[in-house]
Design a protein around this ligand. Structure first.
Ligand code: G3H
Ligand code: 13P
Ligand code: ZN
Length: 314
């Protein structure tokens, strides 16, 4: 069942975070639904602009619509990840997305508010909710490159004004994470002090943490042992998710870790089965491994076991 993130956030606020997972294809979608049902968790499917271009945007919609029928117990939101204004309008008009992100975080404060306000007005008129972003993460995003040195943490003093003027329904904050597999060079730095101040400015308001993959070191080691080259890859300690949730983070974005599962499974399989040239056997292994990965993440997020509670609330 497709719901808005608003309903999920209301149930989760202060207690746990909902996993927001990016999808690009059928195998990922199958593993995603299976893993969330196995762990009895509500979830958010994220579709990026890149994913919409990779396989036609209508194909992804069709796959998700079918998955909703194949897995009738699933409760999830469909969300545009890192949208620009035009893509937001396209998703709003499609009638399929329950939530969009307008990412104008690279613009100045007033321009970010103006972009966000326009998208909010269009989205709310159709019953769709909007995530906006204030501050800048490090790492490479889809349409903007932000060097680590330029990355700007969210200014807590500006957060309330931003939310009031833009009318957004949730706010992505920069508290030290970054996108991709190479998040930290020195010691890890999630800025809970900043998050705490943001929560004080915006009590009860749902916050979002992007760039939250953990880049498990055993996964990186297996990839490298099977021919990969990911030396120095590091991520966020998943043991910190629950603290973030207590401080108002209700949505935690994870994409890179899923790509690592895909890479490890395929590298090891073809190393160990050099004679194979069929995509179905490995596709099956990937779906199972992806489902396991999702279920484990939901344990860290605290979302595991919440599905029936959410169902009763809807
Ligand atoms: O933050 C971006 C997500 O990881 C999506 O990545 O734009 O390559 O699909 P993508
Ligand atoms: P990761 O690269 O850490 O998985 O972050 C994903 C993300 O923020 C998607 O919006
Ligand atoms: Zn992101």
């Amino acid at each position: 069942m497709i719901v808005t993130t608003e309903k999920l956030f209301k149930a989760a606020y202060g207690k746990y975070a909902i996993g927001a997972y990016n999808i690009n294809n059928l195998e990922q979608t199958m593993g995603l639904f299976q893993g969330n049902l196995d762990s009895k968790a509500p979830f958010i499917i994220q579709i990026s602009k890149g994913a919409r271009l990779y396989s036609h945007k209508k194909m992804l919609e069709a796959i998700i619509k079918q998955a909703d029928e194949v897995f009738p117990d699933a409760i999830f939101a469909v969300h545009l990840d890192h949208g620009d204004e035009a893509t937001c309008y396209d998703c709003i008009e499609s009638g399929f997305y329950s939530s969009v992100m307008i990412d104008a975080s690279h613009e100045d404060f007033d321009t970010n508010i103006a972009f966000t306000r326009r998208v909010v007005d269009a989205a709310h008129a159709r019953g769709i909710v909007v995530e906006a972003e204030l501050g800048q993460l490090g790492g490479v995003e889809e349409h903007v490159q932000v060097s680590e040195a330029e990355a700007k943490l969210t200014d807590p003093k500006k957060a309330r004004e931003f939310v009031q003027r833009s009318g957004c329904d949730s706010l992505a904050v920069a508290i030290g994470t970054s996108h991709g597999a190479f998040k930290f060079k020195g010691s890890q730095s999630l800025h809970f002090d900043v998050l705490e101040q943001i929560q004080k400015e915006l009590p009860g308001f749902p916050l979002v943490m992007h760039g939250s993959s953990s880049v498990p070191q055993d996964e990186v080691a297996r990839i490298n042992a099977a021919g990969g080259n990911m030396a120095g890859a590091r991520g966020v300690d998943a043991g910190q998710f629950k603290r973030a949730a207590e401080l108002g983070v209700t949505k935690i974005n994870i994409d890179t870790d899923g790509r690592l599962v895909w890479t490890r499974v395929h590298r090891e399989y073809f190393r160990d089965h050099p004679e194979v040239f069929d995509f179905r056997p490995i596709g099956k292994v990937f779906m199972q491994e992806y489902a396991k990965f999702i279920a484990q993440k939901n344990e860290y997020l605290g979302a595991a076991g919440q599905l029936d509670i959410i169902r009763k609330m809807l």
